[in-house]
Design a protein around this ligand. Structure first.
Ligand code: ZN
Length: 247
């Protein structure tokens, strides 16, 4: 079965729609979202509505989702993220709050598991090194473990029979990773709504659970339209400027 995998939507409905139409073209039958549905962007309710309409969606909470719901201290955030979280609280509908409130911090299915940051610390850790991967490896309940949080398309994996040989890489548009039998891996599809690898296009992935193959895909979307909405909502200039730079 093919799964559409995405993360860090950050209230960017234009980017989410671009990703969902690309994934539907690829005939995915289910979806995985690694958290941070809201925060930063101007369309939190629209993004949540879109996710609520998806069939077979496996989803976890991210730190921004938790902060907006008052489940994580805003003092952890930089001033821009904090301002966006405070603004998001003022516009969320009752239905949107109920959706965010129901998100678990970890999830698993037969063919994969999901967290936002890392298996040992889902709300906070940015998993971006081989050592962190090794420190987390015991807590990967089902491999691959899909992660988000860093907004970078990252893969780290090892054959448990040879734990000295850890392979890690940042994945480019179209790049495929085929996992060996029994191989432990974390896979990050990058960010839908705020990519940070200097490619401003929305990022996502397709996972084939039979072949155990993951592919990164990028989608163009209307960045100026999102920036105009952010300006109109009074969201910090830094946040809308970075969208066009993919930073
Ligand atoms: Zn994020």
């Amino acid at each position: 079965m093919l799964w559409g995998v995405f993360s860090d939507v950050h209230s960017n409905i234009e980017a989410l729609d671009a990703v969902l139409s690309l994934l539907k073209e690829r005939k995915v039958k289910g979806f995985v979202c690694c958290g941070d549905v809201v925060g930063y962007g101007p369309s939190p309710n629209e993004a949540i509505e879109r996710l609520r309409a998806l069939e077979r969606l496996h989803i976890v909470s991210g730190n921004h989702d938790l902060a907006v719901m008052g489940k994580m201290e805003l003092s952890w955030f930089n001033p821009y993220a904090r301002a966006a979280a405070v603004w998001t609280r003022t516009v969320l509908t009752k239905e949107s709050k109920a959706f965010l409130d129901g998100l678990p911090s970890r999830a698993k299915a037969k063919a994969f598991s999901i967290v936002h940051g890392s298996p040992r610390n889902p709300a906070e850790e940015y998993l971006l090194s081989a050592q962190q991967f090794l420190d987390n490896a015991d807590q990967i309940s089902v491999s691959p473990c899909f992660i988000g949080h860093s907004h970078l398309t990252y893969c780290c994996r090892m054959d448990p029979k040879d734990p000295l040989e850890v392979k890690q890489e940042l994945l480019k548009d179209g790049q495929k990773v085929a996992l060996g039998k029994g191989e432990k891996a974390v896979l990050n599809p990058g960010s839908v709504g705020q990519p940070r690898d200097r490619d401003p296009r929305a990022s996502c992935g397709v996972y084939d659970d039979q072949k155990r193959e993951f592919q990164i895909l990028r989608a163009d979307y209307d960045i100026p339209a999102v920036q105009a909405k952010m300006r109109a909502a009074g969201l910090p200039e830094f946040l809308w400027k970075r969208l066009a730079r993919g930073q």
